[in-house]
Structures are given as structure tokens and as C-alpha cells.
Design a protein around this ligand. Sequence first.
Ligand code: FAD
Length: 386
Amino acid sequence: MNTEASRCLLCKKPKCAIEGCPVHTPIPECMRLYREGRLHEAGAILFRNNPLSAVTSLVCDWKQFCYGHCVLNAKNAPVRWYEIEHEISSAYLFGHSLERHSLEHSYDRVAIVGAGPAGIAAAVWLYQSGAEVTIFDANPRMGGVLRYGIPSFRLDKKFCDAYEKMLLDAGIEFREGVEVGKDVSLEELSAEYDAVLVAAGAERPAQLGIPGEERALQALPFLKNPSAFKLGRKVIVIGGGNVAMDACRTAVRMGAETWVYYRKTFENMPANPLEVKAAKEDGVQFKVFQAPVEVKEGGVVFCDTKNVVPEDGGRVVTKILKGTEHFVECDTLLTAISEKPDPVLTVAAQKYRNVFLAGDFMSGPATVVEAVQSAKTAVENILESL
Ligand SMILES: Cc1cc2nc3c(=O)[nH]c(=O)nc-3n(C[C@H](O)[C@H](O)[C@H](O)COP(=O)(O)OP(=O)(O)OC[C@H]3O[C@@H](n4cnc5c(N)ncnc54)[C@H](O)[C@@H]3O)c2cc1C
């Protein structure tokens, strides 16, 4: 990695950090420390800025972020900062103990709903500011999508374990298996705590809105526990995002002949292009310009689609071509078309002055690094309000 680090120009106005990174990672500063062998100092800076950097360096779409903004892009191969960042921040994370940086907020009690990346990052910063933090999560373990969504062939669960251990060792209370809105209300939390951060993600699957949809299996519950499902010989996954890619890559690993059907084309897919490439390499087959119109026993009726550019030059719309209905057999249909935050919790969260929002719950489905950035803003607002 030293050769790679030596290629960095240590730009005074680093586009990789300023424009390319949602959390504005101080890349040149850490790169300089890395070159000098001061890995621990670099790790401390990265952790302070983004406690999840050991994970984001693995799962970020770096072509769109740091790597894609490197000035060397024009003539040479950009610097693979994300690999260096992963080396530094993993070494820092394992065995790291959280410390209080201030006691200013030591009388403030903050509840966090959701132990995903937004909740974990917020817990770290709130703890460091002196606050007494309690995390509530419907799941038994911390990590959110990192533990229960992204498959372990992409993200080793040792990272979730390390964050969980670090927070528990610091004395942060974890109320696992508690669903806020059912087991305890947001109203109760708002009354009991000085501030509440809702970082409950976006787990409600969007519906296809077609007949027979109830025959389909949602990708998120499947990804949470794939071995609980019998997929059969042939699987069709509908969708073109990260969830669809993880679902098809998991299905193909379970021995199924796996197809992804998508209503637009490859360039329109919201998934990280590297994930689409990896899925193809895994043996997943793709059919684009296909929209499902009915789910039947033993398969799906699809129609062909086409992208139409409006005459006024507006946004491209994808139109279903009538009369092109065709039945495609499959044993399991997995849908991964989008997710939304819990609407009931969303309405409840707007009622209380001391309730703040972060992560996918606030933005809708986004990325880990964006969840961390939104948690940073939420923590600043919470600390100001206290
Ligand atoms: C399959 C999949 C693959 C992805 N791949 C990538 C990727 O490669 N790169 C990337 O950057 N992003 C990826 N993403 C997106 C990324 O994981 C999310 O943007 C990120 O996890 C959002 O973090 P969060 O903390 O807001 O929410 P989450 O990670 O969803 O965590 C929310 C937590 O809140 C808990 N919760 C929900 N409701 C309640 C309740 N009522 N009471 C108590 N607890 C509750 C949940 O149990 C969960 O633990 C992927 C997402 C999925 C689903």
C-alpha cells in the first residue's frame, strides 16, 4: 500500500474529500500520516470524523466518491484511498475502547432508536460528549443492515461485533428486541429522555402493485436469514438496486439458477455498478426492459418496456409495451424494488420537540456513509438543543 500512498498528490484543495466524500474524510492529512507510518494517529482522525470508516471503506461506491474525484483520474489511475483507509481504520477499530472527550453533557440522557450505522455513529459521538446513551433495537444484535442485510461474503460480521463490543464495553445500554412503537411508544421515550434520535432505517418494502404479488418473497427478510428459505431450482429477482444485487448473489450461492429482471436498462440501475459486475461474475443472468404485470402460480407474467424521451426533452420515462405479455417460469420470486421508513413512526416522530431523525429513516434508502453524515448533523442538533 505504500507505493499506492506515494502516488497521492496531497492536494491543497482535495476534490476527493471536499466533493467526493459525503463525510469529507480528511484524506491528504491521513495519507501524510500513513506515509510517515503514523497509522494510529491517522486511525484516530478517521474514527473521529466517521466512526464507521472501517465499513464505509469496504461498502462505499468509491468510483462515485473518493476514487472518482481523484485528480489523477484525468491522466493516470486514481489513488485507491479506500484500500488505505480500510487498512488504517480496521487496525484502529479492533481493540479500540471508547473514551469520553468531554463531561459537558454528563447529565443528559439520550435514547437512540436503531442500532444501524446511523445509530452506532450517533452513539459514539454522544458518548464522547459525555451523554448517557441507551440504544433500542427490534433486533437482538447491533448493526442494522450491516448485520441483517448485507451478506457476509461482502461484509464480515466481525465489524458489527467490534462496534457492538466497543459500545457495550463503554457502558452504553443496549435494549435489544424492543420495537419502538409497539413495545414502548415514542411518546414514552420522549418523556423519559432529554433527547431521542430515531435512526430506524427504511425497512418497509414498496409494493409492485400487481395481481398475485402476495406470492412473491420480499428480499429483506430473505437476506436477514437466507437459510430459512427453500428457493427451488430457479429464482427471479425483480429490482436493480443494492438489495436486488445482494439477493441475487445470495440466491446463486444457494445453488439456484438466478435471473434479475429489471424494467429499465443497466445504466439506470441504482445499484453500485461494481455489484452488478460481481453478480454477473457470480453467474447471475440479467434481463432488462422487463416489467412484471402479474405473479402466477409457478412464474411471472412480464411485459417488454422501452425508455421514451419526452418531446420537451424532460425526464426519460419507461413505458410498458402492451401486447408483449409473456410468462416466465420460476420457483421463487424475490422482490427488491425499494423500501420506505415506517410511516407510523414517521408521523409520531414529528410530534415531539426533543425527537431527532437520522439515516435512512430520515432520507429514505441511501448509503452507509450518508447515514453516518446525517447522524453527525443530528448529533450536532441534539447537543445544541441540550
Ligand atoms: C441489502 C442491502 C445492501 C446494501 N448495500 C449497501 C452498500 O453496499 N453500500 C452502502 O453504502 N449502502 C448499502 N446499503 C444501504 C445501507 O445499508 C443503509 O443506507 C444504511 O444501513 C442505513 O443505516 P441506518 O442506520 O439509517 O439504518 P439501518 O441500517 O436500516 O438500521 C436501522 C435499525 O433500526 C432498527 N429498527 C427499525 N425499526 C425499529 C423500531 N420500531 N424499534 C426499534 N428498532 C427499530 C432495525 O432493527 C435496524 O437495526 C444497503 C442496504 C441494503 C438493505
